[in-house]
Design a protein. Structure first.
Length: 95
């Protein structure tokens, strides 16, 4: 029995089976690609020191550490004896 484009039923079944195999191969490739793309721990292992330093720096900045450190280090001498001066800034000894 032939179809409208002069292909037999067996030819159509053969073409469908070939397409099914190509789709199965494509799905397997996609699954492997998704596994590689979502492997965050594998990507971080090589860059762990840099990532840890960046996280610590970001946490320090978000917590206001820069301003607090600068206020601690560069007080103007009104709370104790001046130990060192850098332009308008000075290090003081509170004792």
């Amino acid at each position: 029995m032939a179809t409208a484009d002069n292909r037999s039923t067996e030819q159509v079944r053969h073409d469908i089976e070939q397409e099914r195999e190509r789709l199965a191969t494509a799905v397997d490739d996609l699954r492997a690609g998704i596994g590689d793309a979502t492997n965050v721990s594998g990507k971080l292992k090589g860059h762990l020191p840099v990532a840890a330093a960046a996280a610590a720096g970001a946490g320090f900045l978000l917590a206001g550490g820069v301003g607090a450190t600068m206020r601690l280090l560069f007080r103007r001498g009104r709370e104790g004896k001046e130990k060192a001066r850098f332009g308008p800034f000075s290090l003081v000894d509170r004792d």
